[in-house]
Design a binder for this molecule. Sequence first.
Ligand SMILES: NC(=O)c1ccc[n+]([C@@H]2O[C@H](COP(=O)([O-])OP(=O)(O)OC[C@H]3O[C@@H](n4cnc5c(N)ncnc54)[C@H](OP(=O)(O)O)[C@@H]3O)[C@@H](O)[C@H]2O)c1
Length: 430
Amino acid sequence: MKSYRNTILTTSSLLTAWSDHSDGKENIPTFWTAEEYIKYLISFSEKHNLQPHISFRHSVRSVRKCLDTNKWLVTVLGGRPCQGLERCDSYEEDPAYKPIIFTFDAIAVCTGTNTFSAMPHFEGEESFKGKIIHAEHYRSPDEFSGKHVLIVGAGESGSDITNEISKVAATSAICIRGLHGHILPRTQGNGTVSDLNTNRCRYSNPYLLGDWIGYVNQLSKNVLLKLQPQSDQSKVLLKVGELNLKQKTSAFTKFGCKNEGFVSAMVLRGTELHRDKFKLTEDRAKFDDGSEFICDAIICCTGYRNCFPFFDEFHPELSHAGMNPRENYKQIFAVDCPGEVGFFGFARPAFGSIPPTTEMQARLWAMVVDDQIELPSKRVMIKIAEEDQNNWQRRFGLDAHRVKGLVDYQIYCDMLAEEMGVSMSPTVLY
Ligand SMILES: NC(=O)c1ccc[n+]([C@@H]2O[C@H](COP(=O)([O-])OP(=O)(O)OC[C@H]3O[C@@H](n4cnc5c(N)ncnc54)[C@H](OP(=O)(O)O)[C@@H]3O)[C@@H](O)[C@H]2O)c1
């Protein structure tokens, strides 16, 4: 399993579960740990008897279309007996793995957005004497005990990791380049899970008023918090509000940081927040505003990039299509191979949750593969993909350039429902 030891999901069980498989606790949604989520996935696979159809321990090396048969040839390294859930990254060196070729009519790419890290380069990095790692290699705070740690990036990795590290480090700081993700605490002051607000009510607000509504909402929450007796929780929630208000973002226009971890670290343990770029020297980060942070470890929580090496040799155009999923029809169908190659899980809701989004994508794909729905011509798909791309870029601005698949959860799912003919009303983009 490739996540840190204490991972707790940032979307509630209600919003993470697929529509036909509940954990039986819908009335009391909670936040699963990584182990609990794996148990949920296993129970889903058992319910639908999926495991006999899965080749575990097979690593896809290349995907190529055979022009004689019109089939897709998928070369994998596999065949080693399955021994539990441990992971093997060195298939090439292990003689137990053999190349095998499978033949398919269509390819669903579900390799995830968090496989290849995006590692920044910092000015002066060469002279820095400490350690620099990416969050993908972070497992637990133990090795940072007593150290001076700088965390770069304030998405959900940055927030979780800052929170953990601040409990054991001598000093800690988090650094962002201007704006952090719009912060939404996992739970509200009354204990309900916050993502219950990811509903039609919110998305029925006119988009143009979104930031303003978010601002007023946040302001009123803060006024109420100030009237309450001050507890650690209310101090953290108040700070969340101040930070969101300061950068004037809302859940409408900024990707979400759906946990308040780094704010807890700031309020309760004195973690510093820096909003400026920095240069590194031997032992410190020097920020553009003149401040400094002495550090001996830097953890880059700077996100991930899409990458599809198995397409590179024979179909670089598909590799390209995956890297920018917006170029695909409805962020799923590669326009060069309509109905034959699809990408799943690469649309990322700014708020909301990826699994139910992929469920909608998979349903549409199944209807296309089953000839129940005919895709438009290539020309029309390209035109619609361009219109959709303009819509998402208008909504998410700069974020849409870095996080290529960013979408509004409800609006995107409604678009897919419309494609399938199961939408209750036409999707309105305003
Ligand atoms: N507990 C959980 O469930 C959990 C935990 C971690 C991650 N996740 C999921 O995993 C995915 C990835 O999350 P993530 O937090 O790793 O990445 P992320 O959400 O993409 O956030 C990356 C952060 O790094 C910053 N950044 C990127 N490049 C940078 C650079 N060169 N210099 C400085 N800052 C830079 C970004 O700033 P800008 O905004 O300026 O670009 C952003 O704040 C998300 O879908 C998230 O929901 C879930």
